[in-house]
Design a protein around this ligand. Sequence first.
Ligand SMILES: *Cc1c(COP(=O)(O)O)cnc(C)c1O
Length: 224
Amino acid sequence: MSVNLTQYQKINKECAAANALLVAVSKIKPVSDIKALYDAGQRDFGENYVQELVDKQAQLPEDIRWHFIGHLQSNKVKYIVPFVYLIHGVDSLKLLKEISKQAVKLNRRVNCLLQVHIAQEETKFGLDEAELQELVASVSASPEAFEGVQIRGLMGMASFTENEAQIRQEFRQLTEWANKYLPAILPDNNSKILSFGMSGDYTIALEEGSTLVRIGSLLFGARN
Ligand SMILES: *Cc1c(COP(=O)(O)O)cnc(C)c1O
């Protein structure tokens, strides 16, 4: 077991002081590690892979709030919709429609974040500004087609770099887009979720107004 409880208490305090939610990213880590953090009081956990999430959910306490933070394929949506608390990585209309369809079947409304591309790296997923604008326009034009989903905010990943100014700039870009495009579709613009900040950049993220940080390796150790 490699859960760092001292680190957990420290990060927990920093998040509370900044009014941000801490999501513990437990991908690839065993159920026993999650249970150890759960016993220390943590309730929000993030996973990246559908099968792994489904397996873990079945073995762990019911009051855990599961965040899906990976790249979600439309054909796998149905497996997590029954219990997921927040889906962070929505980056297409097709995916949003499928989540809505599966949720309506279960009489649920699933909370979603739109993933935006703020990093310089080409490899990362997410909508660019024009795509974000277009997706928001589609949703506000026909809300009845999205009754099973509620968009709550944006999620993004900064570049993997030592350049703090650049990371800051990318987080600001996300916040700017959220302020510019989301009011049209949010239930309450004052409680929008801005999901940014990971182990390497969460202190910058908290300074830049993140309301939700996703932290894995600082809590659970490196993943290799
Ligand atoms: C793995 C992952 C994290 C956590 O990364 P760490 O650097 O281990 O904190 C956060 N967000 C996403 C989307 C991830 O895939």
